[in-house]
Ligand binder design. Structure first.
Ligand SMILES: Nc1ncnc2c1ncn2[C@@H]1O[C@H](COP(=O)(O)OP(=O)(O)OP(=O)(O)O)[C@@H](O)[C@H]1O
Length: 344
């Protein structure tokens, strides 16, 4: 990515709470990543991984302990007056005065925002126009999140930081927010999102990074990150067929319930071999289910890994996730077989 295209550019970023040495805590331990103009980048990680600590540095709310961060080519902390009008920030807690109505809050906020869009437009965009006369304290948790988003949009930001934007929203509200965020991205807004909803990241993100213990363990497109995990084929071994009769490349342990579960890096190849074998033998494979790994599986493999989070930043998706999960990577074909039928 050429440097002009990097709207967010982070190199070896570090953040420490408390004193140097004993008694302090390193929440961000050397992050390196960049986000291009018009790209939607998601930062994922378990509780305490360091997402919010990172986003606050990008927003210019704190100075890094080490490393370098640039937003729109400038230092967001030292050059805050130049950067702040060009970014929109949706914090985890908006903290608006609870006695003001939604419309009053929007007007007040617009008054503090350079080049603000009409407050009604921001409320319309976030589905709050009909709640304009309601006091903030009477809003539901999901409606407050939408008010936070509306305020972040008031300044027509070039870069939008969304810290867990859909927490507390119901399924419909979440999908509405996704539509809105996608629309903003398509119109050229650069978006950095943190979320605990993996489906949200999978659906929205152009690229993502998964953090653990203050470091990026894996990054890439959602497809690259999920490709780092094996696909799965399951079926019930037909009555009268012994496990040893399966083709050699698919020979699997079969549980008491006769479920066969095959983990494979080459889904098409393995499924083809299975179907050819079943066709030749004229066998029906009950419960047949073949699927690629989900982002959730990749995430859980990384989150559950006991290994220290020491993979190099921006490591390629496959290598880093495999290292993090302890998986042994083979070539195409069957990677691992179990007969338990139990999700692992
Ligand atoms: N002000 C602070 N002083 C000391 N430690 C802090 C402070 N703020 C955060 N931490 C610690 O830094 C680590 C990272 O916290 P952070 O809030 O950045 O994680 P996160 O990934 O955003 O978590 P979550 O998903 O729960 O919001 C945690 O261990 C947290 O306890």
């Amino acid at each position: 990515m050429d440097s002009d295209a990097r709207v967010i550019d982070v190199t070896d970023l570090r953040r420490r709470y408390g004193p140097a040495g004993r008694g302090g805590f390193d929440a961000v331990r050397g992050l390196t990543f960049s986000v291009a103009r018009g790209e939607l980048f998601a930062l994922l990680g378990t509780n305490g991984a360091g997402k919010t600590s990172t986003v606050e540095l990008l927003e210019g709310l704190a100075a890094p302990t080490g490393g370098r961060v640039r937003v729109l080519g400038r230092d967001p902390y030292r050059e805050r007056p130049a950067v702040r009008p060009r970014i929109g920030v949706m914090l985890q807690e908006g903290g608006f005065p609870s006695d003001l109505t939604v419309a009053e809050t929007a007007r007040m906020w617009a008054g503090c925002t350079t080049g603000a869009r009409p407050p009604g437009e921001a409320l319309e965009m976030t589905g709050l126009a009909e709640r304009a006369r309601v006091r903030v304290k009477q809003l539901s948790g999901g409606e407050r999140r939408r008010l936070d988003l509306a305020m972040a949009l008031l300044g027509r930001p070039e870069v939008l930081f969304l810290d867990e934007p859909t927490t507390g929203l119901d399924a419909e509200g979440r999908r509405e927010t996704w539509r809105l965020v996608r629309g903003l991205r398509d119109a050229g807004t650069t978006v950095l999102l943190t979320t605990h909803y993996l489906e949200e990241a999978e659906s929205l993100a152009d690229r993502l990074a998964i953090m653990r213990q203050g470091r990026i363990v894996v990054s890439g497109t959602p497809a690259e990150v999920t490709a780092s995990r094996p696909s799965r084929i399951r079926f019930v071994l037909p009555d009268g067929v012994a496990p040893g009769e399966l083709p050699l490349s698919l020979r699997a342990a079969v549980g008491d319930d006769r479920w066969v579960e095959i983990r494979t890096d080459g889904l098409q190849e393995s499924l083809g071999a299975l179907l050819r074998w079943a066709g030749e033998k004229r066998l029906a494979l009950d419960g047949l289910d073949a699927r690629s790994a989900s982002l959730e599986e990749a995430f859980l493999a990384i989150a559950r890994s006991d290994a220290p989070a020491g993979a190099p930043p921006d490591a390629p998706a496959g290598a880093a996730a495999a290292a993090a999960s302890g998986a042994v990577r083979g070539g195409a074909g069957v990677k691992e077989t179990t007969g338990t039928g139990v999700e692992r």
